[in-house]
Design a protein around this ligand. Structure first.
Ligand code: 26Q
Length: 822
């Protein structure tokens, strides 16, 4: 009997090969003879997509049962990274596909490398949302990610003459095989206009919103697969379009351009991601984007609920909506509006449902980074929401007055409206009041949230506040990105660690096994060689895998202190120059990261790194002992190359400023040791891996507060520390800028005159710590032991653990395993 496999589901090598050839012909319309790698990538992507559709549809159907609770992750950013390799791993078909691709005369890795990543996020917050979506699916927890389908994601970075240049990210131009448009789930979103009271037929007082214009939201769905389970959850991203009905009149009277205007205007809404990882004050389009996607999401959720239920009474049992920072916090007012104005709930019922539904994650402590919207803009764009927010505030402040009679101080701190000058809506206050739980993203951060920015709310509602330390997915950040290390680990402890990261502990028994340590070093060396090849290929800089790879990759920010790292590098350079035969542990210092286009100081830091690189890399006295590399266009794809190749992870933010950090986790999971401050999740990483396996330096949050209080004077450090002084003087002298003494003056002056992030205060401690790193690296056996122990003890930082905590303490959501009935 001959068995014929279905071309769209079969997994034999022969079927896969034929399916790819079919897709190449019937979807891409190409013969093999004229197809390039991009075409083959697309053909392969469709082949993989075919193989996940059953799971996806079964999953969606299972979630329509009333007893199933769905987690809705509301986020303005989802930095998912390339899909292909991850989907192959999670479907468990990597090896079959590799063979089928090979038998078609192609190379799988090359095809994987041609995928253009969706850059729908800036950095940590967007990437966290992506890791959480993956873990939700792996844990079989029903989830929908709601966000924006930006036509242009985060810009591509080029470096010209050392400066960052921003290039438009046209990620959709060759088509996106991973998304499916869902025209049937369109929704309409109002903006502007006015509100009007009226009495309905029963004589009830109601309000209607008469908008100035309406935009249509169209859903685009992308499947998010769990690892070796049948669950395929949905990432549903919204695109803004004109609603046809709107300007037909104009069109009919012959004003074609007038009609197209509204189309252009509506599509502008979701054109481009704001490339800032701090709020840009008062940009109306940003507020439009936020309201747009949140309203799309809530209307979609309501529609889902009403297909299985008569009313919305149980909305808060059907859905848990997580606010990823305050960006979606307008959702609190929007759900109230939908429940009251559209579905005619009473205020009290609506408020119960709203508070039960929402929870809020805070990601920042910088007070200037708290989102607030000028009342004028807000009221013009969302007049009904302004009324609702006033009413929420009125009722809330009544409660506050009951608890603290006569305390106007408290009222003004807790109010949703900042009316100390120009009036603003405080989005963090709105999110806190409208949620049943508020969490920070690392233990220290959650404590500081309670002590600083939301202190009065904590006093008012202590039980609302909790911590969920961030995590990252080991599927993408180990299995996909570091197959060699993953295979070595699996060869010793089996592959259960991929789903249960605590099992990495079992590696501890091998630290004293010399052969294992040898294999561990071989793996690291090989991965470093790969990165060295990439660097030579892209930048023409030769670096050796025998040197210590010292890496700092993350958004460029003064608080993250890339420039402290630069000061250290210049100091090492000075030492070599003064003592050419210095006993020196050779280092390759690697940087990567984008600066917000309007953040001048961050851009100058990039220029400084490149200028120092230029001088150091070509100085014959250095003799390859020190190399500096700035990797352009750092993104998820590049992260997957970089984390596995690092020996040393730089996590050197000013204490109390980095909410958590997640790159710190990705490095350590790949066997890098950390040099870090007492900040964010560094503290917990150190606690887990053991203080003897972590290079800690610098002031703690309290030390910094004290220093600031007693009057911090950077000049003292400058004059009292000769190495620091000569480092700064060298920059000022124009040594790194072809004699131009002005170029870096703003940076040097900022440090000398205010140093808001305490680089000088931590400089000596950092240098001494780096000396300890250099010493430790000389003893390769010892270093390898520390590296193994780092990996073995990092189980806590799986996003699976984070998601379990959210499910247990915040969402009250349970796994729903998916059966395949094909
Ligand atoms: C807000 C309003 C208008 C325009 C832009 C923004 C905006 C966009 C992105 C504000 C902030 C962000 C991103 C913040 C972010 O990435 N925070 C990081 O979140 C990580 C995940 O929790 C933490 O690990 C990092 O410590 C934190 O910096």
């Amino acid at each position: 009997q001959i068995q014929i496999e279905d071309d769209r589901t079969g997994l034999s090598i022969e079927t896969l090969r034929r399916a790819m050839a079919d897709n190449l012909f019937y979807i891409l319309g190409k013969y093999p003879a004229i197809a390039n790698n991009k075409d083959y990538y697309m053909a392969l992507a469709y082949t993989v997509r075919d193989r996940l559709l059953h799971r996806w549809l079964n999953t969606y159907e299972a979630y329509m049962k009333p007893e199933v609770k769905i987690v809705c992750y509301l986020s303005a950013e989802f930095l998912v990274g390339p899909h292909l390799a991850n989907n192959l791993i999670n479907l468990g078909i990597y090896d079959q596909i590799r063979q089928a691709v090979q038998e078609s005369g192609l190379n799988l890795q090359e095809l994987i490398n041609t995928e253009e990543e969706p850059g729908l996020g800036n950095g940590g917050l967007g990437r966290l949302a992506a890791c959480y979506m993956e873990s939700l699916a792996t844990l079989e927890v029903p989830a929908i990610g709601y966000g924006i389908r930006y036509e242009f994601g985060i810009f591509d970075q080029e470096i010209r003459e050392g400066w960052q240049v921003e290039i438009t990210d046209k990620w959709l131009q060759d088509g996106n095989p991973w998304e499916i448009i869902r025209p049937e789930s369109e929704v309409y979103i109002n903006f502007g206009g006015r509100t009007e009271p009226y009495q309905d037929d029963q004589g009830n007082y109601r309000v209607r919103w008469i908008p100035e214009y309406v935009v249509k939201g169209i859903a685009y769905d992308t499947p998010i697969l769990g690892y070796k389970v049948n669950t395929a959850n949905t990432l549903r991203l919204w695109k803004g379009e004109a609603c046809e009905s709107f300007n037909f009149q104009r069109f009919n009277v012959g004003d074609y351009y007038g009609a197209v205007d509204t189309k252009v205007y509506s599509e502008n809404l979701t054109k481009v991601l704001y490339p800032n990882d701090e709020p840009v004050q008062g940009k109306e389009l940003r507020l439009q984007q936020q309201y747009f996607f949140v309203s799309c999401a809530l209307q979609d959720m309501i529609r889902i609920h009403l297909t299985e239920s008569e009313n919305l009474d149980n909305f808060g049992d059907k859905f848990a909506a997580q606010l990823n920072d305050t960006h979606p916090s307008i959702g609190v007012a929007e759900l109230m509006r939908l429940l009251i104005d559209v579905h005619h709930y009473s205020w009290d019922q609506a408020w119960d449902i709203t508070q039960k539904t929402f929870a809020y994650t805070n990601h920042t402590l910088l007070p200037e980074a708290l989102e607030k919207w000028p009342l004028s803009i807000f009221g013009r764009l969302l007049p009904r929401h302004l009324e609702i927010i006033y009413e929420i505030n009125r009722r809330f402040l009544d409660q506050v007055r009951m608890k603290y009679p006569g305390n106007n101080e408290k009222l003004s701190c807790l109010s949703l409206i900042d009316d100390r000058g120009e009036k603003y809506i405080r989005m963090a206050n709105l999110a806190t009041v409208g949620s049943h739980k508020v969490n920070g993203v690392a233990a220290l951060h959650s404590e500081l949230v309670k002590k600083t920015i939301l202190r009065d709310f904590y006093e008012f509602w202590p039980e609302k506040f909790t911590n969920v330390t961030n995590g990252v997915t080991p599927r993408r950040w180990m299995v996909v990105s570091n197959p060699r290390l993953s295979e070595l680990i699996t060869s010793r402890i089996g592959d259960n660690w991929i789903k249960n990261l605590d099992e990495l502990r079992r590696l501890e028994q091998f630290v004293d096994d010399g052969h294992f340590r040898y294999q561990w070093r071989e793996v690291k060396w090989g991965v470093k060689q790969d990165l060295a090849n990439y660097i030579e290929d892209k930048l023409g800089i030769k670096v050796s895998p025998d040197t210590l790879f010292d890496v700092q990759v993350k958004r460029i920010h003064e608080y993250k202190r890339q420039h402290l790292n630069v000061l250290q590098i210049i100091t090492l350079y000075n030492r070599i120059k003064h003592n050419p035969n210095l006993d020196f542990t050779p280092r390759t210092c690697i940087f990567g990261g984008k600066a917000a286009p309007g953040y001048y100081m961050a851009k100058l830091i990039i220029k400084l790194i490149n200028s120092v690189a230029e001088v150091v890399n070509k100085d014959p006295d250095v003799r390859d002992r020190l190399k500096v590399v700035f990797l352009p266009d750092y993104n998820v794809t590049l992260g997957q190359r970089v984390y596995p190749a690092a020996d040393l992870s730089e996590q050197i933010s000013t204490a109390g400023k980095e909410a958590s950090g997640t790159g710190n986790m990705k490095f350590s999971l790949n066997g890098a040791l950390t040099i870090g401050t007492y900040d964010g999740a560094n503290i917990e990483i150190r606690q887990e891996v053991g203080e003897e396996n972590f290079f800690l330096f610098g002031l703690k949050t309290e030390d910094i507060d004290q220093l600031r209080a007693k009057g911090y004077n950077p000049w003292d450090y400058y004059y009292n520390n000769p190495e620091l002084k000569s480092t700064l003087d060298l920059i000022s002298s124009g040594f790194f800028s072809h004699g131009d003494c002005e170029l870096f003056r703003p940076l040097v002056d900022s440090l000398l005159h205010s140093d808001p992030f305490f680089l000088f205060a931590d400089y000596q401690s950092y240098l001494e710590c780096q000396d300890r790193v250099s010493q430790a690296y000389k003893d390769q056996e010892y270093w390898t032991k520390m590296s193994i122990l780092n990996v073995a003890r990092m189980g806590k930082f799986s996003s699976d653990r984070s998601i379990k905590e959210y499910c247990e303490n915040i969402w009250y959501a349970k796994p729903v395993p998916i059966e395949m009935k094909d």
